[in-house]
Design a protein around this ligand. Sequence first.
Ligand code: CU
Length: 204
Amino acid sequence: MNPSFIRVSSLLAGLALAAAVRTRAEEAPPPPGHEAHAGPAAANPAQAPDPKPESFIALDPAAAKTVNLVLISAYNDVNYGMNFNGFCKGRAKYVIPQGWTVSVTFTNNSPVPHSAIVVERAMAKRVQLGDPAFEGASTPMPLRGTTGKKGVAFRFVAGEAGDYAIACGFPAHSANGHWIALEVSATAAVPSLQFADQAAYVAK
Ligand SMILES: [Cu+2]
């Protein structure tokens, strides 16, 4: 056989294998213990300042009944990076008045893909989360996730009161704690964000 043909075909086979490995790595659930989650943020967890609620919620100055949220995945090394803004397992809670528009900017500090999707809170324990609870309420392709600090944006109307989660849609992440709470309230007049047992911060 022509040696250059062999070289080319083995190169093509190698590329196909690399693509297959890449695809498997993206789709596989994280290993037990999540050691693979030590990204750059986790390597320098001391550099992440203590999260302040005012960094993650603000009234939109240009639009009525609209609130801007910032979600940073792998903000620090809490829960092996499987956190939003430094919190996991529902330990932070956004409260949004029913009917308000929620505009979210999502970034990811880690090379490990993460995503954000709003689901009913009971869904957060599932390995796969399905569709968002509100139209448009997720980052693109939440199952695959995104990386990078450039950020992606999405917005939705919090149309129905209830207990929801902002969860990571990457398989098994939410079940391992990568979610925070979102309450859509029929009685709250203003949006707020509460961190753990601190007083709720009212958006300005
Ligand atoms: Cu995640």
